[in-house]
Design a protein around this ligand. Structure first.
Ligand SMILES: C[S@@+](CC[C@H](N)C(=O)[O-])C[C@H]1O[C@@H](n2cnc3c(N)ncnc32)[C@H](O)[C@@H]1O
Length: 354
């Protein structure tokens, strides 16, 4: 009789539990909103049984790949169970306490509701607003403290599994283009690193690689530092800066990752970021971009994409889902462009010309 794969079973159980928490959280919060602030409830159609079936199937496929790539040794299996659980557990009540102000912002369309004491000159205009009605936008410790839990709930516990999809093309690209370099010779930067979850995944899969994270938000970088620089691992450098125009020297990095930034940028800023990535990559360097799937990637999910920017304040999402990123990559100078989708995330890989 075949032995059950206990590790895989444990992983599937964890993912299912996270999924249930996400669904129950959203169900209860919607019911509460209907009771307390009915005007704030977004007018979106109830998803059909077919759509729910497709979504569940797509999540299962994602988890299958996630497990398979861990089995192949692309990253340790322990990574699939890793998260700052205690911190998240302790902060979860804040997500509930935050809700009324989120509903209020949605209802009153208060998109520029951000802390008054910030120095606005340090940020581009498009950044000075709250994305997904988030309290303080990206501009406070409070927002940074609950961001990861909010994302986990939004994606029913699949956020890290989606982020890990950058690892396979990243490792493949590095092995192909820099076969003679040891991990400790490699330099990688994660652009718009936020709280550092992607760097955490990469560090487990390419230990000793020199890692840097860049983001516009000092608060999010502080949170990233708490997660990343609290153990015996090598220090991760964190830099506050605009991804459109970084303070970094040209031809510096062997690889760049950039996860969930592009849908929050206006078209021109997306182009600027790609040009900047090209500039700071070494020749033959690899760029891996992960972001939301786009309109033509999964016809069955069009409804989900169209509702996303209606429910959440995502001012550039509608433009992003139609944008031809391959074209932009080519214009920036990149070659060997590929893309693949996993549940709600699309991953592009590209190479700077030698
Ligand atoms: C949706 S979050 C994604 C964060 C992280 N990569 C993740 O996977 O959770 C977008 C991040 O992009 C950052 N950001 C937005 N515009 C930026 C810019 N022009 N330059 C640098 N970071 C930017 C925000 O501060 C935020 O941390």
């Amino acid at each position: 009789m075949a032995q059950p794969n206990l590790g895989k079973l444990a992983y599937q159980t964890l993912q299912q539990s996270k999924g249930i928490v996400g669904i129950v959280h959203k169900e209860i919060s919607t019911k509460l909103m209907e009771l307390v602030a009915p005007e704030a409830v977004p007018e979106t159609p109830i998803p059909s049984a077919d759509l729910l079936y497709e979504l569940r199937k797509s999540i299962k496929e994602l988890e299958e790949i996630d497990w398979l790539e861990a089995e192949k040794g692309l990253y340790p299996k322990s990574l699939l169970f890793e998260a700052p659980w205690i911190d998240w557990f302790l902060k979860y009540p804040l997500v509930w306490l935050d809700m009324p102000s989120t509903w209020n912002r949605r209802l009153k369309r208060k998109f520029q509701d951000i802390p008054i004491d910030i120095n606005k000159e340090k940020y581009p205009d498009y950044y000075l607003q709250n994305f997904h009605h988030q309290t303080d936008g990206y501009l406070s410790d409070y927002s940074a403290g609950i961001y990861d839990i909010q994302v986990e709930i939004l994606f029913n516990g699949t956020a890290d599994a989606m982020r890990r999809r950058v690892i396979s093309p990243l490792k493949k690209g590095l092995d192909t283009n820099f076969p003679d370099l040891k991990a400790s010779d490699l330099k990688l930067i994660d652009i718009a690193t936020g709280t550092g979850r992607t760097l955490q995944q990469i560090r487990s899969s390419i230990p000793k690689c020199e890692l840097t994270g860049l983001d516009l938000s000092a608060a999010y970088l502080k949170q990233a530092s708490k997660y990343l620089n609290n153990s015996d691992n090598d220090l991760v450098q964190l830099i506050q800066g605009n991804a459109e125009k970084t303070p970094l020297k040209e031809n510096t990095f062997h690889a760049i990752t950039c996860v969930y930034l592009f849908h929050e940028l206006p078209k021109e800023a997306r182009e600027n970021v790609l040009n900047e990535c090209y500039r700071i990559l070494k020749p033959d360097g690899i760029l891996i971009v992960a972001d939301s799937i786009q309109l033509n990637d999964h016809p069955n999910f069009m409804e989900v994409l169209e509702n996303f920017h209606k429910i959440f304040h995502e001012p550039y999402y509608k433009d992003y889902i139609k944008d031809n990123i391959n074209d932009k990559l080519r214009k920036a100078g990149f070659c060997s462009i590929n893309s693949e989708s996993f549940f709600m995330t699309k991953v592009w890989s590209a190479r700077k010309q030698s």
